[in-house]
Write a protein that binds this ligand. Structure first.
Ligand SMILES: [Zn+2]
Ligand SMILES: [Zn+2]
Length: 144
């Protein structure tokens, strides 16, 4: 597990994560691609994550949260729009876009989610695990 500090594009929001899994995930689902314009590369960071507004001239909490589904929320910087997290409501676990953290070593593309929603205009040559929507639904049904 890794720990790292990151910033949004404008620098107002500082992110500190203590428990980052270096094996990151890629999500091809329709929502992720609509949100960010393409697949979401995200690091599973668990619950040991802290977000701080470090802009001294703007004391309000600058993080905007969009409830994107019944089970998850998506957060972004209200000033520059950088995507900060996808959070599972039930567990409070954060998935944070890889690009928020600079200079992380040892990252490895491990899993592609919603492989059946991956459009046919791109593909990755990395060898990874894959789960379709049906696989993911079956996995969570069995977990709960
Ligand atoms: Zn920002
Ligand atoms: Zn997705």
């Amino acid at each position: 597990m890794l720990s790292a500090e990151g910033r949004c594009l404008c620098g107002d929001i500082k992110v500190t994560a203590e428990n980052i899994n270096p094996k990151f995930t890629v999500c091809h689902c329709d929502s992720c691609r609509q949100w960010g314009g393409s697949a979401l590369f995200a690091l599973q960071c668990g619950t040991q994550v802290k977000f701080e507004n470090v802009n001294p001239t703007n004391s309000s909490n600058n993080i905007k949260i969009h409830p994107s589904s019944e089970w998850a929320s998506r957060g972004f910087c209200g000033n520059c729009g950088s995507h900060l997290f996808y959070m599972l409501n039930e567990t409070g676990e954060y998935n944070i876009p890889v690009g928020i953290f600079q200079g992380l070593d040892g990252l490895e593309m491990d899993m592609q989610y919603f492989s059946d929603q991956r459009p046919n205009y791109y593909c990755f040559s990395n060898t990874t695990k894959e789960m379709t929507k049906a696989d993911i639904m079956a996995y969570f049904a069995q977990k709960s």
